[in-house]
Design a protein around this ligand. Structure first.
Ligand code: THU
Length: 127
């Protein structure tokens, strides 16, 4: 199995999702090959919930990583779970048109690029 998908699957095990019951794992490979995992962390206020993708990218940034090769997202769904709109925007900020691997627990996966999920993005090039 792709080690990045395996890392996302592993991170998913730590999901704190008592409200939705929907566990998500993400993993991001930086330019040195280091893998940063993340899981969703829900909150009783609901609105303060953080998605797995944002936990993973913020962990990576806080560890000093600044360039990224690939992102993986894993959930237990038949239709592979894509990053939400907010996560697409945050991932674009740091990863640009990065490769994204979507996977599920049955071993299904699909590889696409962030640009196909977030066409015509707003970013620092406009500022
Ligand atoms: N969630 C993620 O962590 N990533 C996604 O790509 C989709 C949604 C989380 C947020 C919340 O904890 C739960 O899944 C249900 O929306």
């Amino acid at each position: 199995m792709d080690p990045l998908v395996a890392a996302a699957m592993q991170a998913r095990e730590n999901a704190h999702a008592p409200f939705s019951g929907f566990k998500v794992g993400a993993a991001i490979e930086d330019s040195t090959g280091r893998i940063h995992g993340g899981c969703n962390v829900e909150n009783a206020t609901y609105g303060l919930t953080l998605c797995a993708e944002r936990v993973a990218i913020f962990k990576a940034i806080s560890e000093g990583a600044r360039a990224f090769r690939r992102v993986a997202v894993v959930a237990e769904t038949e239709t592979l779970t894509p990053p939400c709109g907010a996560c697409r925007q945050i991932l674009w900020e740091f990863c640009g048109d990065v490769e994204i691997v979507l996977g599920n627990l049955k071993g299904r996966s699909e590889t696409l690029r962030l640009g196909s999920l977030l066409p015509r993005p707003f970013d620092q090039s406009f500022l």
